[in-house]
Design a binder for this molecule. Structure first.
Ligand code: SF4
Length: 472
């Protein structure tokens, strides 16, 4: 009852303060999990995962499930990409992969038998639409044989679509196959930017796919944009935004391009000289927020915007918003079971990640073992901090009493160091602190990662922050 005290956030734009953003723009995690994936350990294996599922079962109540299917193949590689993908044009490769993926699905389904009502399914990649219609039909039939799915009106069944690889007819087929949400990678409509990132995607193709999705009856269409790409500038971004607003998708994600060529090889094809300056990036970010909120979109948080009547915006107003590996989500209580190479599951008080290469993934399944290679068993402290980070990221406020009710601690004592650090951020105007609430100000919303980093116990440990991107 203390988790949310007002309808947050409204359609107000976040408050801009360029100099503050520059000062606080540091390397930091995106908190799609806590602890973050770079803290996972190879000491965690399939036995630990089985224990986590058994604990879930012991809790008795039937639990909603969220499923994630990772399809790693892409016909060509976009230079900015930081996903786990495999460049291929071979459908044979996909056919082999599906054989193994189905084997893993069956193993997971057996574990969750009797408690497996699926309310969320997400196909990500890579490029899920790399699969043919027939392959997709076969995979979905296998999923439905193994899991019990909530009806279309209740479940959220989404797929990432690359407009370069699908036709409007394919979109209609995807809807018939059971998907009811669609997200499209756009990044930028400017042909010069598209060429610089090796993703040439004619505007007409993208708009045709959005129209087809509406015609086919998809409940929500989402578009991904990126700011900070090579050859991008405020003028090109303004033009892209005008086109996006005219297309009126239900959700828009505006990601900051994180140039980390030391980690992601394709990014080495991007010349530093073509990248916008940090100042230009901030200008682009401001422009995105201003144009999208002026157009009526609600700023959900981090990099997400949604129409006021979209489920994400409604869930946030009702204090039901959650954050997982796919970003913001409306299904707070669901365990996430992820299948496929490199996929990450979150079941009960655990995270587990699959083998990251196809060979290793196949080998483990050939041995009739779950292909889990690493993970984390969450301690009480981890769970407590995860809850706090979740609430701050989703609601932009935290009731200290709600934490004291959920955990046997006195907030002011347990987090005395953190509260001192928060006072510094409060002095910068990022938040307000009193005996009962931490409230993130409009100015602090853009820097929510910095605020959450205060509660991240692992940041102080040895791992190099170079693995993280800048906080805006
Ligand atoms: S951005 Fe998407 S389509 Fe491009 S290489 Fe990465 S996963 Fe493949």
């Amino acid at each position: 009852m203390f988790s949310s005290r007002k309808s947050l956030p409204s359609m107000d734009a976040v408050s801009f303060d360029a100099s503050l953003l520059r000062k606080l723009n540091q390397l930091g995690p995106r908190y799609t999990s806590y602890p973050t994936a770079d803290r996972f350990s190879e000491d965690f294996g399939s036995d630990d995962y089985l224990q986590a599922v058994a604990n879930r079962r012991d809790m008795g109540a039937r639990h909603a499930l969220s499923l994630y299917m990772h399809i790693p193949f892409c016909e060509t590689i976009c230079y900015y990409c930081a996903c786990n993908k495999v460049a291929s044009k071979s459908l044979g490769k996909a056919a082999l992969y599906l054989t193994y993926l189905k084997r893993e699905i069956s193993m997971q389904a057996e574990l969750f038998q009797g408690m497996n009502q699926v309310e969320q399914l997400h196909f990500g990649g890579g490029t899920p639409t790399f699969l043919t219609d027939l392959q997709m039909t076969d995979l979905l039939a296998h999923l439905h044989r193994n899991f019990q799915f909530a009806p279309d009106g209740q479940g959220e069944y989404s797929i990432e679509v690359d407009p370069r690889t699908v036709t409007p007819k394919r979109i209609v087929t995807l809807r018939r196959q059971g998907f009811n949400r669609l997200s499209l990678g756009v990044q930028d409509f400017d042909p010069v930017v598209q060429k610089a990132v090796n993703r040439v995607q004619p505007e007409e193709d993208t708009l045709r796919i959005i129209d087809a999705a509406r015609y086919a009856g998809f409940r929500s269409v989402s578009i991904d944009l990126i700011y900070g790409l090579p050859k991008q500038n405020v003028i090109s971004m303004a033009q892209t935004l005008s086109k996006v607003i005219a297309a009126a998708p239900d959700r828009i994600a505006v990601f900051s391009y994180a140039h980390m060529p030391h980690i992601f090889k394709p990014q080495r094809r991007i010349a530093d000289v073509d990248l916008p300056t940090p100042e230009a990036k901030i200008d682009m970010l401001f422009l995105c927020i201003k144009r999208l909120t002026d157009a009526g979109y609600v700023y959900i948080g981090m990099d997400h915007f949604a129409k006021p009547d979209d489920d994400l915006a409604i869930a946030q107003r009702q204090g039901r918003l959650h954050r997982n590996f796919q970003g913001y989500s409306t299904h707070a209580e669901a365990d996430l079971v992820s299948c496929g190479v490199s996929a990450i599951s979150a079941v009960g008080a655990s995270y587990s990640q699959n083998e990251k290469t196809l060979d290793a993934y196949y080998q483990r399944l050939d041995q009739h073992a779950l292909p889990i290679v690493r993970g984390a068993k969450l301690s009480m402290d981890d769970l407590l901090r995860r809850l706090i980070i979740q609430r701050l990221m989703c609601n932009f406020e935290l009731s200290l009493a709600s934490i004291e009710i959920a955990y046997p601690i006195k907030f002011s004592e347990y987090f005395s160091t953190e509260l001192t650090q928060l006072e510094l951020l409060a002095a910068d105007g990022l938040l307000k602190l009193d005996d009962e609430w931490i409230t993130v100000t409009m100015r602090g919303r853009l820097l929510i990662r910095n605020i959450c980093m205060v509660f991240d116990r692992y940041l102080a440990l040895a791992q190099s922050p170079l693995r993280y991107s800048k906080t805006i």
